[in-house]
Design a protein around this ligand. Structure first.
Ligand code: CA
Length: 224
């Protein structure tokens, strides 16, 4: 199962991510509400865990936006303790379940599992830039019709860059999305992976897609 966790408190993200990964789930995390629609339409998640208090756009508004746009992925809402109105409003807005904070991790895992079983959409989603395509269901990548063999980490890196294509991604943003732990930002790990990925996707092609923005990060874009 693939879970989208939307929460701005880094400690909570860390705990929840660990617990879900221990169950064999794959977890993508977002810290802002206004990034959810883009992510949830680009990738077929099995469950979205959505906090209400978020920067950018609050959870209830995100939820309404998702449902209006036809995204029917099951949503577990994280609500503040004792906020009955919030829960009622959340269920009216299209939440499938809610969990008051603070919660016990085992209960969160059980609820996520139950929602995942209920089943959301499993439509194939293809991310595309120029002649580069990534199939998020089959987990395959092609450039100009030629299959490209990527390691799981390179795949996640490319998926993140494709979802953000046209926008510069800082090393820190890449680390947070592609690696599940914090590591020394002075490390050149990201640069090493970018170099390998670039060789694989741009190596044999005439048009370069993966560009370095000096001192800032990387961007995947069509240079034409
Ligand atoms: Ca919050």
């Amino acid at each position: 199962m693939r879970i989208l966790l939307v929460e701005d408190e880094k400690r909570v993200v860390l705990f929840v991510r660990k617990a879900l990964q221990a169950e064999g789930f794959s977890v993508d995390a977002l810290h802002r509400g206004d990034e959810v629609l883009g992510a949830a339409t680009a990738t077929a998640f099995d469950v979205v865990i959505l906090d209400i208090m978020l920067p950018g756009r609050d959870g209830l508004s995100v939820l309404r936006q998702l449902r209006e746009r036809g995204v029917h992925t099951p949503v577990l809402l994280l609500t503040a303790r004792g906020e009955v109105n919030e829960r009622v409003e959340g269920l009216n807005a299209g939440a499938d379940d809610y969990l008051p904070k603070p919660f016990v991790l085992a209960e969160l895992v059980a609820r996520v599992r139950a929602l995942g079983r209920r089943g959301g959409e499993t439509r194939p989603v293809e991310l595309r830039l120029n002649d580069l395509t990534l199939d998020t269901v089959a987990h395959t990548v092609q450039r100009g019709g030629r299959m490209i063999d990527l390691t799981p980490r390179e795949y996640r890196l490319l998926e993140f860059l494709l979802k953000s294509s046209g926008r510069v991604c800082s090393r820190m943003a890449i680390v947070e999305s592609v690696w599940d732990y914090d590591f020394d930002p002075g490390s050149n790990l990201v640069d090493v992976y970018i170099k390998r990925l670039r060789e694989k996707i741009d190596g044999a092609a005439t048009a370069r897609l993966l560009h370095t923005v000096r001192g800032v990060g990387y961007i995947l874009k069509d240079s034409a």
